[in-house]
Design a protein around this ligand. Structure first.
Ligand code: PMT
Length: 401
């Protein structure tokens, strides 16, 4: 996990250096010691003093500014690194890394680093698309260095494009997944993951929904991807940052989700239903906003049942496909979850107590019990949804597929 580590944060000369201050704070908040190494160009944007004030560690900007005669800065930095992050990573620094150039403190220390190195390419779109940069990025990947997809959006040059440095919170999420001890047990598998809550429209401005934030489903999608799966994420509206490198299908209602799952399941290896799907929808959806009736304080809405998506898929799944469901219960958790697993023909059900506000809906943590068809049960402790997702993917890899 991304904690209790000696992290070296390399920052190079991009306007995005200001974001690295937030990244530094997030990494420290998670319980890491962070040493910052700046290229000369980076110091043109933010001073070393700013990083030193936040990190409370020496900030290295020059190979030849040593604190003692025995110090060889670039080796000292490299040997004391558990994990290196280069963010922002300019085209220049990427080029130096790809070609073994060591002509300043950053490139020298990186060349001497044997710990995992994570790079966040940050530059103008045209520079990112340049064949030379693409070649250098390919080289780094071949060298076992992990690179994060650049974000797409408004660039400092005043136009939209790919090449923006992702938000610090997204970089930390990505690092946490990359640091997971997950084997490639889902390599070559195509897996559908559903997340978030459905919206069942009453009229153009009103709907029925629930408190699902999507955090559980998004964590599962990221870990499944890390385990080698080709992931299709089907998601209700959330405020979460969207994972990269996977197909994402936005849905609103249970009916839309049902159609999307049916279409994709034909050639999928499995389905993990973490979404909070409404059991009912309004019998009719008004085309215009329903007006209040001043003569009557009561408003009645007739509801009708939605399709039980996971149960319908459970009926048609082939023997070489799997279906995992969740059970959101407020009482008799294990009994109700077991009934659902049998009724919906699931291979595994993940039971969580949504009456406990410290876990379940919208919480960063969860506690679940895996219940298998053969009656076996495995309960997790209360832990992060990323940890739960990792255990779920491991269980699927070891016992379901
Ligand atoms: O999104 P978060 O804020 O992180 O919260 C996570 C979660 C609590 C939503 C998640 O852990 C969870 O429990 N998801 C399932 C919620 C739910 O709908 O549970 P249920 O017991 O009502 O449904 C049982 C299973 O049937 C679920 O897999 C559900 O996706 C599925 N279902 C339900 C209704 C329906 N019409 N079709 C379905 O497929």
């Amino acid at each position: 996990m991304l904690t209790n580590k000696k992290i070296t944060l390399y920052v190079s000369g991009s306007i995005a250096v200001y974001k690295s201050l937030s990244l530094l704070r997030l990494l420290i908040k998670k319980g890491n010691q962070v040493t910052v190494v700046m290229t000369k160009a980076a110091t043109e944007f933010v001073t070393p003093l700013t990083f030193m004030t936040l990190s409370k560690q020496t900030v290295y900007t020059d190979e030849f500014k040593v604190e003692s005669a025995s110090d060889v800065n670039h080796i000292k930095i490299a040997d004391e690194t558990d994990l290196a992050i280069v963010a922002p990573a300019t085209a220049d620094l990427i080029a130096k890394m790809a070609n073994g150039i060591a002509d300043d403190i950053a490139s020298s220390a990186l060349l001497a680093t044997t710990a995992p190195i994570y790079v966040v390419p940050t530059m103008n779109t045209h520079m990112l698309e340049n064949p030379a940069t693409k070649r250098n990025i390919r080289t780094l990947r071949e060298d076992g260095i992990q690179l994060m997809d650049s974000a797409t959006g408004f660039l400092a040059e005043g136009y939209e494009g790919k090449g923006r440095m992702p938000e610090p919170v997204d970089i930390v999420s990505w690092l946490e997944v990359m640091e997971l001890s997950v084997t490639k047990q889902l390599q070559g598998k195509k897996i559908i993951v559903t997340a978030g809550g459905t919206k069942e429209r009453i009229d153009p401005v009103r709907y029925l929904s629930n408190d699902s934030s999507g955090k559980m489903g998004y964590a599962i999608a990221r870990v499944a991807q890390r385990a080698g799966a080709e992931v299709i994420l089907m998601t209700g509206k959330t405020s979460l940052s969207r994972p990269t490198g996977m197909k994402i299908i936005d849905i609103e209602s249970a009916a839309e989700l049902f159609n999307a799952v049916k279409d994709a399941f034909t050639d999928a290896d499995g389905l993990i239903m973490a979404a909070a799907v409404a059991d009912f929808r309004p019998l009719t959806t008004a085309k215009q906003k329903i007006k209040k009736n001043d003569d009557n304080d009561l408003m009645n809405i007739s509801l009708t049942k939605n399709p039980d998506i996971v149960a319908e898929i459970g009926k048609i799944k082939r023997s070489n496909q799997f279906v995992v469901g969740f059970a959101a219960e407020t009482n008799d958790l294990l009994e109700n979850a077991t009934k659902k697993m049998l009724k919906k023909h699931l291979d595994l059900i993940v039971a969580n107590d949504v009456a406990n506000i410290n876990i379940g809906f919208n919480s960063d943590d969860n506690q679940v019990t895996f219940i298998f068809k053969n009656g076996q049960q495995i309960q997790t402790p209360i832990e992060s949804k990323l940890a739960i997702a990792t255990e779920l993917i491991n269980v699927i890899g070891e016992q379901i597929i």
